[in-house]
Design a protein around this ligand. Structure first.
Ligand code: ARG
Length: 473
């Protein structure tokens, strides 16, 4: 009689220990335990409904899996790397507790459709979780925008002072970016919401499984449509990683502005002591480390996306073991973006805005030069000519070492006969902002409405300012 091995009758030798260590995934895929058990409970219930399991079998499976889940939650479950992955660990614990029913549970199922299901459940939950964190950051920014509704500063292009702006309008630009990040995660969760169970290892199964029932029990919209595709593709994880990479790029850009704005050169913000650090050598230093590390972490998340793209790119249908490499980058990217978003929300909530420095920056740099051109264009001068005139006035102000509003009216009139005293009203930064009264513009009422609109949207989907940080198992 052949030796009994882990892989059954086909094998006469156990797996070499180094190979086993190399192949095991339970050290990281144990994070799928909750999803794996939920999937098994649904599969078992469906098997009982079609008469493959008896009610008694189902009761034992529920009892056993419930007990195993409690042990895992309590941290008392013994994970065994020799049992390769989360699926085999849980199944063999079930068989050890409940006997043969544990061995029947796998009827009409393969680890290939099992792991694809677990990952979809996990990813669906991750989309919701990260989405809540992004919403918390967005809501924090909207609240800060509300407080700073009358704070003015320059808007920049090319990091050069460009036009007068309202700080709230700047903050609400970030809110828009985060709102789209939320939307991408939502779209990803909608598209992945199909149940692979019933796809088997590659070509479904001979058992008459009720795939709709299993899908419904797990909250999926429907079963997947092709067994090869369902077991072998991971594009839903690419979508998740892409959405996370984009979100992390947004976080990084916000962080970058925090770093710039907290320099002595800008002095627009000061990060709270709780989110900054000192230098071990230079006693005067206060570094915006939280912002810098948020910026730095985006590199990792982009790397996670690239890792999975490369893992998938050469894979033929159907399942290949390479697919096991989906987990580490996905878990890492979700953890990293969750943590970065939560830390950023805390830092943004506590950030101090230096209103005087921002306002002072408006007083230099000819940020109202566009107003001069618009003033003429509104009075019939073709815009290109008006732009030329305004440019000449800037040159004269540079020559006279003053700002546009400090040039005498005669100088304006020398450049164009149409100018009168009202040009000085147009040159006031506040007027310049208020006149930009279009949807999407910085006029006070527009920004007040934008804040209310964003808050209503965020609150309608349950956003809150409370911390949503989760404990990483
Ligand atoms: N640990 C495996 C994974 O994550 C589970 C599926 C294994 N399937 C197999 N045929 N070896 O992909």
């Amino acid at each position: 009689m052949a030796t009994k091995t882990a892989w059954g009758g086909r094998f006469q030798q156990e797996l070499d220990t180094d190979s086993a260590r190399f192949l095991e995934s339970v050290s990281f895929d144990r994070r799928l335990a909750e999803e794996d058990i939920a999937g098994s409970l649904a599969h078992a219930e469906m098997l009982a409904s079609i008469g493959v399991l008896t009610d008694d079998d189902l009761a034992k499976i529920r009892q056993g899996l419930g007990a195993i889940r409690s042990e895992i939650r309590a941290g008392t479950f013994t994970w065994d790397a020799a049992k390769e992955d989360v699926h085999m660990n849980i199944e063999s614990a079930l068989t050890a507790r409940e006997g043969d029913v544990g061995a029947r549970l796998h009827t009409g199922r393969s680890r290939n459709d099992q792991v694809a299901t677990d990952m979809r459940l996990w990813a669906r939950d991750a989309c919701a979780r990260v989405g809540r964190s992004l919403d918390r950051l967005a809501l924090t920014l909207a609240a800060r925008a509300d407080d700073e509704i009358d704070t003015l500063l320059p808007a920049y292009t090319h990091i050069q002072r460009a036009q007068p702006n309202r700080l709230a309008h700047h903050l609400m630009a970030w809110v828009e970016m985060l709102d789209r990040d939320h939307g991408r995660l939502h779209d990803c969760a909608m598209r992945l919401n199909e149940c692979p169970l019933g796809s088997g290892a590659v070509c479904a199964t001979t058992f008459p499984l009720d795939r709709k029932l299993t899908a419904t029990l797990l909250g999926f919209a429907r079963p997947t449509r092709n067994s090869l595709d369902a077991t072998a593709d991971r594009d839903f994880l690419l979508e998740l990683l892409s959405a996370l990479a984009i979100a992390s790029v947004h976080l990084s850009r916000i962080a970058e502005e925090m770093v710039w704005w907290s320099t002595q050169e800008f002095g627009f913000v000061e990060m709270a002591d709780a989110h900054a650090t000192g230098s071990s050598m230079m006693p005067q230093k206060k570094n915006p480390d939280v912002a810098e590390v948020v910026r730095g972490k985006s590199g990792r998340v982009i790397g996670d996306l690239v890792s999975l793209l490369v893992v998938l790119k050469g894979l033929p249908l159907g399942y290949n073991r390479d697919l096991q490499e989906d987990k580490v980058p996905v878990f890492d990217a979700v953890d990293t973006v969750s943590d970065a978003t939560e830390v950023m929300a805390d830092a943004m909530g506590a950030l101090r805005f230096n209103r005087e420095r921002m306002r002072a920056a408006l007083g230099a740099g000819f940020v109202t030069a566009t107003e001069v051109a618009d003033w003429l264009a509104a009075r019939g001068v073709p815009f290109r000519h008006a732009h030329e005139v305004a440019g000449r006035l800037v040159a004269r102000a540079i020559e006279a070492r003053c700002e546009l509003a400090q040039l005498p009216l005669e100088t304006f009139r020398e450049e164009h006969a149409l100018f009168d005293e009202s040009i000085f009203v147009a040159l006031d930064p506040e007027t310049a902002i208020e006149r930009r009264d279009l949807p999407g513009g910085p006029a006070r009422a527009r920004v007040v409405a934008a804040i209310a609109d964003a808050r209503a949207r965020l609150e309608a989907r349950g956003a809150s300012l409370a911390r949503t940080r989760h404990a990483t198992p």
